[in-house]
Write a protein that binds this ligand. Structure first.
Ligand SMILES: NC(=O)c1ccc[n+]([C@@H]2O[C@H](COP(=O)([O-])OP(=O)(O)OC[C@H]3O[C@@H](n4cnc5c(N)ncnc54)[C@H](OP(=O)(O)O)[C@@H]3O)[C@@H](O)[C@H]2O)c1
Length: 269
């Protein structure tokens, strides 16, 4: 997607912070902001796998030498880590304009009653507590200048809970509820709160959900033509480059083979 000169102009001098930028939607979002800008943006790329971020920074810098990039290891499930991340931000990266709350995951498909406590904890700590803490840290910065965008990676799972997703769906429903409260609380500001709820996107998401079992991960998408990360990152850049009084408050995005969390058309040969 070409975002055009107007989008580039609207992004000029913006500082964009992406969580979970080492893979999938987050990584693709970094590329799409770079492509949509005129080079005058700053990107803060965070995730746990620092070597992936460094390699992404290298590739981005080769293609877009003008863009200032800061890569930082950040585990959003660790609230102390979030605290020290914000304390250690260099001055020139502190005035954040766009927060992409993207880091998130599902662990397993166990039914309620058999779900491991560690999986419950990791999903809530990452998808809910981490997301809330990132927002809490960024909001005073945005309030001070009365502008900013907070993009929330929700999911169809947050609207349409399915068996085997008891915890993941609950985390995304929590995100959705938090997001709606936030938008209402910010009604007298120019801060935009944007929720994006994808259906199936083929990324590392299912590899993580099935703890590295690639066969099981592949089966999730078998016979369908799932969304790809770029479909979502296009949307993220699009929503954050609208006229400043326009909020694309929420978007539900599916591939043509999907109509709800579990209503999938699978082609069989
Ligand atoms: N793929 C889908 O079908 C789908 C559908 C709806 C919504 N979503 C949502 O979209 C978001 C991105 O998912 P994706 O599909 O791009 O998955 P992905 O390819 O697995 O990427 C997930 C990203 O989150 C990061 N992450 C995981 N745990 C983290 C932690 N504790 N702290 C910081 N970063 C962490 C990962 O980096 P590190 O491992 O390096 O930390 C990675 O960069 C998630 O919130 C997911 O719930 C995905």
């Amino acid at each position: 997607m070409s975002f055009g000169p107007q989008a580039a102009e609207r992004l000029t001098n913006k500082i964009i912070l992406i969580t979970g930028a080492s893979a999938g939607i987050g990584e693709s979002t970094a590329w799409d902001y770079a492509k949509a800008s005129n080079g005058e943006i700053k990107l803060i790329l965070t995730a746990r796998r620092i070597e992936r971020l460094e390699s992404l920074e290298k590739d981005l810098s080769t293609q877009f030498p003008q863009i200032k990039i800061l890569t930082k290891q950040l585990d959003v499930s660790n609230l102390k880590d979030i605290e020290s991340f914000f304390q250690s931000l260099p001055t020139e990266f502190q005035d954040i304009d766009i927060l992409i709350n993207n880091a998130g995951k599902a662990h397993g498909v166990d039914k309620i009653g058999t779900i491991k406590q560690e999986d419950i904890d990791v999903m809530f700590q990452t998808n809910v507590l981490g997301m809330i803490s990132m927002t809490q840290h960024v909001l005073p910065i945005m309030k001070q200048k009365d502008s900013g965008d907070i993009v929330q990676l929700g999911s169809i799972a947050g609207r349409d809970p399915y068996p085997g997703g008891g915890i993941y769906c609950a985390t995304k429903a929590a995100l959705r509820s938090f997001t709606h409260s936030l938008r209402k609380e910010l009604i007298d500001t120019k801060i935009r709160v944007i929720e994006i709820d994808p259906g199936n996107v083929e990324t590392e998401f299912s590899n993580t959900r099935f703890f590295g079992d690639l066969e099981k991960a592949k089966k999730v998408y078998q016979g369908t033509e799932p969304l790809i990360a770029k479909d979502i990152s296009d949307l993220i850049v699009y929503t954050t480059t609208r006229r400043s009084n326009t909020v694309i408050a929420e978007t539900l995005i599916f591939s043509t083979n999907q109509a709800s969390a579990s209503h999938l058309y699978r082609k069989t040969d």
